[in-house]
Design a protein around this ligand. Structure first.
Ligand code: ZN
Length: 192
């Protein structure tokens, strides 16, 4: 019987050291099991989805309401913005696309990155998919799509409200909408 070669076997040693640390760099059998601890870590492919957009929209709205780019997922995202269990998991994945990241030294707080803001405005694209191993983004070329997509190109693209703010030098500046109905449907993507 022939097994498909586990994807983990094609990960370069440097990348494995980065993911697992130098203490326990696993060595794998042909089936992808660590010869030392029998662990069988899976490489996961994560495609940017409308579920991610829902999370990004809630983060963005939270930033707008708070007027500060520092959002606590429990304390600041309440009522309409409250994350479902599913969204709470999806939210953590925003960082793999560079859209959001935890605030340094402030547990529970997240910020919208520059890329996250530009993506939300329809001005910059992000990777269509990424690959993740043990909560680490695989950074070499096997770990992410070459293709980048704009917000309106996400599969199942939902209604998307353009952010009503810009982040300038870390400050949240509220801006009036061009039109209250302004949706990304009208936007033409710029070239990448
Ligand atoms: Zn091991």
């Amino acid at each position: 019987m022939k097994f498909a070669k586990p994807e983990i076997l094609s990960i370069p040693p440097d990348e494995l050291r980065r993911v697992f640390g130098t203490e326990h760099v696993p060595q794998f059998t042909a089936k992808g099991e660590c010869v030392n601890c029998n662990d069988r870590p899976e490489v996961r492919k994560i495609a940017l989805s409308k579920g991610h957009l829902a999370c990004l929209g809630k983060l963005s709205h939270g930033v707008y309401c708070k007027g500060k780019n520092e959002i606590h997922l429990m304390k600041d995202l309440t009522s309409d913005l409250k994350l479902s269990n599913y969204e709470y998991v999806a939210f953590q994945q925003l960082r793999y696309f560079g859209l959001a990241r935890p605030v340094h030294d402030a547990p529970g707080y997240w910020l919208l990155t520059h890329l996250g803001a530009e993506f939300s405005h329809g001005r910059l694209p992000v990777r269509e998919w990424v690959k993740v191993l043990k909560n680490h983004l695989l950074e070499d070329l096997m770990g992410r799509s070459e293709k980048k997509i704009y917000v309106h190109q996400v599969k199942g693209f939902p209604e998307w409200q353009l952010p009503e703010f810009e982040i300038i030098a870390g400050d949240v500046l509220r801006i009036p909408q061009v039109s209250p109905q302004a949706k990304l449907f009208d936007l033409k993507p710029q070239t990448a």
